[in-house]
Each structure stands twice: as structure tokens, then as C-alpha cells.
Design a protein around this ligand. Structure first.
Ligand SMILES: Nc1ncnc2c1ncn2[C@@H]1O[C@H](COP(=O)(O)OP(=O)(O)O)[C@@H](O)[C@H]1O
Ligand SMILES: O=C(CO)[C@@H](O)[C@H](O)COP(=O)(O)O
Length: 634
């Protein structure tokens, strides 16, 4: 027997030899329809990037009145976006790829991803309009309704509720109560009720716009909306993305009738809602069929180009590399998400479990925060409100790296912690606001465990740059402890390191920032360090393109992980960007995790009507806190 290789990728290739018979000249496309952009890219059979292009909604489509990709109605907590804008983006991104020199006739397969949980409401005319698109006209000309000439369009409602929407607390309370409690809902669907999930969203849509609901013939997620455009008919919802709806029973592999009844309003209305949602195929890799003739005529795709199921942006992101169960990905986009691929099904109201997009028996673990990139931008801009027209991160990074860990300028100083939420948050479930605290961990000299939490002024402070990064990463560590286990030190295998990921891969816009990478390593640890994907600028679209390669070129029964591992070029595809575990530093942040838990509990307690904040079910002991005073939001 050959010796088993120690390089992790060679190790995977040894056990999953993969199909390395690549198709000469074949190209595959992947898309990411996210909050602020539509990105499209093209890879070859060797997984190498060949072309990429993007459309930036704020830059390219000011006419829709959007900001950061969305429209808002703060009085009701609504955040939404017009699908018509996304149609324009599809034509524009393909035009840009054509201008970049892409020969569409080589595209053998195409897949994509959509920001999760957004819901699109199609009209009864949609199927027919999609099936008869004229390649000489644009998508938006043919699919959008127009009041002017009384043209009925493909949409029963002109807006799609966005993942940042917070208008459905009432519906969420009903969803959590409907099967008993939030834990039961999480056990069945993978998550407790969330504002942005389609179940509560559909329930609110039905009551707020009863006529539109009645006129809604089909309901898509953002991912299946985009797939439908390319397919030329309404595409099924994907097996992974369906687990972000609070409507799908993961163990049954079917729509949950009790939850459908709640969303639909009565038992009698369940079959109709089920029809609107459609059948969900079990496989994430079986092609839906060939591409719509619109794209053949207009761009020169081959008529045989296969449309592979489109999934959510987060499930797609974990397909951008052969992720091991002990690795984590942190996506630093508009949202911050923490992702792991795991065989363990351990649902809890504090986080999400979803079906894996390609591999039955694996699940995706996810934490998701609304206050990721936009919250960091807010602090960046508070640090230099007038003098930063280029939106440079330099001053923010300098402040973050020159401030000592947790602002402890001497070991006796309390730890500085903060919550910076320009938008209502998911975990903990808090309204918009900023809260800053000084946390003094329990001292060894007292007989009872006593810690103190003291509010700090709620005004901008130069230390905020470090505090926001530390507190964001501490929140990830607090909530992911149950998913990581101790492992031997790479330098001293007889020594067991505390629970932490083996590697952390950074993706998304913020992954370009070295200060974020360094603080991620200090707070979250990671035995092998912090890495960044070095293939193109978008892991999510890349994961979709890899799914398309796998779906078209795999041998019968060949799994995704083995297939990708077989073609993976470790040296060319990933780069180490920061150190991970540092003895002493990691343990210091372990104390701060308890402080952050205390801050969240304090602020949650102060918020009238604050409900289920995602603290239940987490591991670790609670400090007996001496609580002093109170802090206010802004
Ligand atoms: N150098 C940087 N440092 C920190 N954040 C950055 C940097 N470059 C981009 N970003 C952040 O990335 C976010 C966009 O992330 P991206 O993943 O491209 O978008 P999306 O959420 O639409 O997928 C922006 O809101 C911005 O805050
Ligand atoms: O709601 C979630 C995941 O549950 C978000 O991750 C959205 O999917 C948006 O992602 P980005 O626009 O930040 O990429």
C-alpha cells in the first residue's frame, strides 16, 4: 500500500481519486445574485478562473432609488428590492462578459446562487412569458409589468422582501409557537423562526396584500428566480435553499403541512400554497434541462448548455473548495456568515442547520449577521466623517491594529466590548443601536465568581475600530463552540489545543482586508491559520461554477467533494493571510466571550419585548455578574 499523504488535499485525493478526465475547451458559468451586486464568472474544467464580471446595483441602477442594493420602509422594518433590477443586471453582466471576450458557445453548464430567503412572487403569465422570450429585446422589457400600456408582467408583486427585512416579528412568534416552541421548529426545519425566512414572509404577504397573494401563481427564492430566467420556465427550489424557509421538514424531506397551514391561513389553503412553491428535487446536481432559447439567440450559448440547480449564496460558498468538517468559512460580505460543512445534525434556536447543496448526509452549519460589512463601514465613517471621500480603510485598519487587545492598556484594565447594529440584528434579536461596555472578568481572589459590566458613553471612540472587529468575531466564537473540538498541536502532537476550527477561510468583500484577517485569527484561533481563496473575487459564484463542472463532468455516482479534491490545486488556489491560534491570546479572548454573552443578555433584558435572542442552548458557563447602570442605543 502506498504511504498515506500528509498534505490535506493530497490526503483527500488519495481517498477520493476523482475524475481527472477534464473536457478540453469546455467552460462553465457561475453567478452570485447578492445584496449589492450580480457577479458572473467562468471557469474551465480544471477549475481555473477564465473570466469574471459584475454589476453593482448602486453604481449601475441608481434609477431604482436603491441604497446598498435595497429599498427600505423603516416604519415597518421592511427591506426589499425590485426583481426588475435583477433582470437588467442579468443582461448587463452577460454584456460585460461578452465585451471581456467570452465565447459563450463553449459554455457546457451553468449554475448560480441567490442571497438566501428573499422571496419572488410570479404572476400567472410568468411561465408563458419566460417560455417565449425574444432574443432581440431585453429581459426587463419583456417580463416587467408596465402601467403605461397595461402590459401584465411576470410578477404578481413588484418587490421581493430582502434578507435584511425585520417586519415579521408577529409572524415569527406564531411560527415559533405553532409546533410548541422554537427548539421544536429548529429540530424540524433546521432553524427557529427568523424575520427573513420565507414562511413568515409569505404569511405577512398574504395578509398585507391579499389580492397579490391570490394573483401569485408561483413563489421562488432568489436562487430559483435566477435559475428560472436561464431555464425559460419556473425552476424548482433547491434542496439546500429550501431549508432557509421555515417550511421544509429536513428529516421528512418534504414540505411540512402544519407550517404550510400557518403560512397559507387554513388547512384548505395548503394544497394551493404547495402548488405555488412547487416540487423540490432531492438532488442538487441533476440538470433542470437546457438553457432558454433567449440566451442562445442573444449571446450565443449552445442550445445544449445545461442549467444546474441554483442554490443559496451561503451553500454555494461552501462549494468553492473541498471543505473538511473541521474547517470554517467566514463570509465578510454585506452580511457576515460563519459556515461549516458537517455530518452532525445538531439544530438549535441559536443558529441554522441546512441541507448540504450537493451531498446527502452532510449539513451546512450557519451563523448569519445582518450587521457585517455595513456596520464596519459605519464605524470607518464615524472615525473620519468628513475626510474619507475614497472610503479608504487605512485609518480604520491603523486604529484597529494600534489599539491593544480588548483596549486593555494594562492587565488590570477592563475589556472593552460593543454591539454596533445599524440594522436590527438576527443574533441576538435586537433593534438597531450601538452599545459599549467595559467588562471586568471574574477575579481569582473573590470567593464568589463576580464580574462587572459597566456601560460606556454611546458616542464614537477611536477604539471602536478594534472593538467592532473583536466583538463581531467573539460572537462567532460564542455561537460556534459546539461545532469545534480539541485537536493536537501541529508543532507538538502530544499537546491538545482548545476547541477551534482547523482552518478558517475568509471570503466576501472584507476578506481583502489584512486587519480583519489578523483579528479573526486572534479571536477565533484556528490550528492551521487564516486562509483566503485566491481564485477571482467571489467564492459564491465560484462555488456555483464548480457545481456546474461537477454536475456535467462527474462519473456516475461521483460525489462533489472527491471530484473537486481530484482537480484541486492547493498552491494555486488558496493563500495563508494570517496566523491562527496564539497561546495566551486565544485564551484571553475566551474570557471576553463570557463578557460578550453578558453584554448581549444585558441589552436584551433592557429591550422591552425582546424575544428569543439566540442565547439559549450555547455551551460554556455563565459568569455571575454584578451589573451596574444601563446603556442606551442611539
Ligand atoms: N478592504 C475592505 N475592507 C473591509 N471591508 C471591505 C473591503 N472591501 C470591501 N469591503 C466590504 O465588502 C462589502 C461587500 O461585500 P461583497 O461580498 O462584495 O458583497 P455582497 O454582500 O453583495 O455579496 C462592502 O459592504 C464592504 O463593507
Ligand atoms: O441571510 C443571509 C443568510 O441567511 C445572508 O447571508 C444573505 O444570503 C445575503 O448575503 P450577502 O449579500 O451578504 O452575500
Amino acid at each position: 500500500m502506498d504511504s498515506i499523504p500528509v498534505n490535506p488535499w493530497a490526503f483527500l485525493q488519495y481517498f477520493f481519486p476523482g475524475n481527472v478526465a477534464t473536457k478540453q475547451g469546455a467552460l462553465y458559468m457561475g453567478f452570485d445574485l447578492s445584496t449589492q451586486q450580480l457577479k458572473g464568472l467562468v471557469v474551465d474544467s480544471d477549475l481555473k478562473l477564465v473570466y469574471e464580471a459584475k454589476v453593482d446595483f448602486d453604481e449601475d441602477f441608481k434609477k431604482y432609488g436603491i441604497e446598498k442594493g435595497v429599498l427600505t420602509n423603516p416604519s415597518e422594518g421592511e427591506v426589499f428590492a425590485p426583481p426588475a433590477m435583477w433582470l437588467e443586471a442579468v443582461d448587463l453582466v452577460l454584456d460585460r462578459l461578452r465585451k471581456a471576450g467570452l465565447d459563450f458557445s463553449k459554455i457546457k453548464g451553468l449554475s448560480g446562487a441567490g442571497m438566501q430567503h428573499g422571496t419572488v412572487f410570479w404572476s400567472a403569465d410568468a411561465e408563458s412569458l419566460l417560455g417565449h422570450l425574444d432574443g432581440r429585446k431585453t429581459l426587463v422589457e419583456q417580463l416587467e409589468s408596465s402601467g403605461k400600456d397595461h402590459k401584465r408582467g411576470a410578477f404578481a408583486h413588484p418587490m421581493s422582501p430582502n434578507w435584511q427585512d425585520a417586519s415579521t416579528q408577529k409572524q415569527c412568534d406564531e411560527f415559533d409557537d405553532h409546533l410548541g416552541d422554537a427548539q421544536t421548529l429548529a429540530e424540524i426545519t433546521g432553524s427557529k423562526a427568523h424575520h427573513r425566512f420565507s414562511g413568515p414572509q409569505i404569511m405577512r404577504y398574504r395578509t398585507k396584500y391579499p389580492t397579490h397573494y391570490e394573483q401569485t401563481d408561483r413563489i421562488s427564492l432568489v436562487s430559483s428566480f435566477l435559475a428560472s430566467i436561464f431555464l425559460g420556465k419556473i425552476a424548482p427550489i433547491d434542496i439546500s435553499d429550501v431549508t432557509g424557509m421555515n417550511l421544509w421538514s429536513v428529516s421528512e424531506g418534504a414540505w411540512d403541512d402544519d407550517l404550510l397551514e400557518l403560512a397559507a391561513g387554513s388547512t384548505a389553503a395548503v394544497p394551493e400554497l404547495k402548488r405555488k412553491l412547487g416540487h423540490v428535487p432531492e438532488s442538487g446536481g441533476d440538470a433542470f434541462g437546457p438553457i432558454s432559447s433567449y440566451f442562445v439567440t442573444r449571446y450565443g450559448f449552445p442550445a445544449s448548455c445545461q442549467i444546474i440547480p441554483f442554490t443559496g449564496d451561503n451553500p454555494s460558498t461552501i462549494l468553492a473548495l473541498p471543505l473538511r468538517p473541521s474547517d470554517a468559512m467566514v463570509s465578510l460580505g454585506t452580511s457576515t456568515t460563519f459556515l461549516m460543512s458537517t455530518p452532525t445534525w445538531k439544530p438549535d434556536p441559536a443558529y441554522h442547520f441546512m441541507n448540504h447543496p450537493t451531498t446527502p448526509g452532510l449539513y451546512m452549519f450557519m451563523l448569519c449577521y445582518k450587521n457585517g460589512g455595513l456596520a464596519r463601514e459605519q464605524i470607518r465613517d464615524q472615525l473620519s466623517p468628513t475626510a474619507n471621500p475614497t472610503k479608504s480603510w487605512d485609518a480604520f485598519n491603523a486604529a484597529a491594529l494600534s489599539t491593544p487587545p480588548l483596549s486593555q492598556r494594562s492587565p488590570q484594565d477592563p475589556m472593552r466590548l460593543g454591539l454596533y447594529f445599524p440594522r436590527p440584528e438576527i443574533v441576538p434579536n435586537l433593534p438597531a443601536g450601538q452599545w459599549r461596555y467595559a467588562y471586568q472578568p471574574p477575579t481569582a481572589t473573590t470567593t464568589t465568581t463576580t464580574s462587572t459590566l459597566t456601560p460606556l458613553p454611546s458616542t464614537p471612540h477611536p477604539d471602536d475600530a478594534r472593538t467592532i472587529l473583536e466583538s463581531q468575531f467573539l460572537s462567532l466564537r460564542l455561537r460556534s463552540t459546539a461545532l469545534v473540538s480539541p485537536s493536537p498541536s501541529p508543532t507538538n502532537p502530544s499537546k491538545l489545543l482548545p476547541p477551534q476550527p482547523r482552518r478558517v477561510y475568509l471570503v466576501g468583500g472584507g476578506s481583502a482586508n489584512p486587519a480583519l484577517a489578523r483579528l479573526c485569527g486572534e479571536v477565533l484561533g484556528s490550528v492551521e491559520g487564516i486562509y483566503k481563496l485566491d481564485i477571482g473575487s467571489n467564492a459564491c459564484a465560484l462555488g456555483s461554477a464548480y457545481k456546474a463542472v461537477w454536475a456535467v463532468e462527474r462519473e456516475q455516482g461521483e460525489g462533489f467533494e472527491g471530484f473537486i479534491a481530484g482537480r484541486w490545486d492547493e498552491g494555486g488556489f488558496v493563500r495563508k493571510v494570517a496566523e491562527g491560534y496564539k497561546e495566551g491570546v486565544f485564551e484571553g479572548y475566551g474570557e471576553a466571550v463570557e463578557g460578550l454573552r453578558g453584554v448581549e443578555e444585558r441589552v436584551l433584558g433592557e429591550q422591552e419585548g425582546a424575544k428569543e435572542g439566540g442565547l439559549k442552548g450555547m455551551e460554556g458557563k455563565r459568569t455571575g455578574g454584578t451589573i451596574i447602570g444601563s446603556a442606551g442605543g442611539y
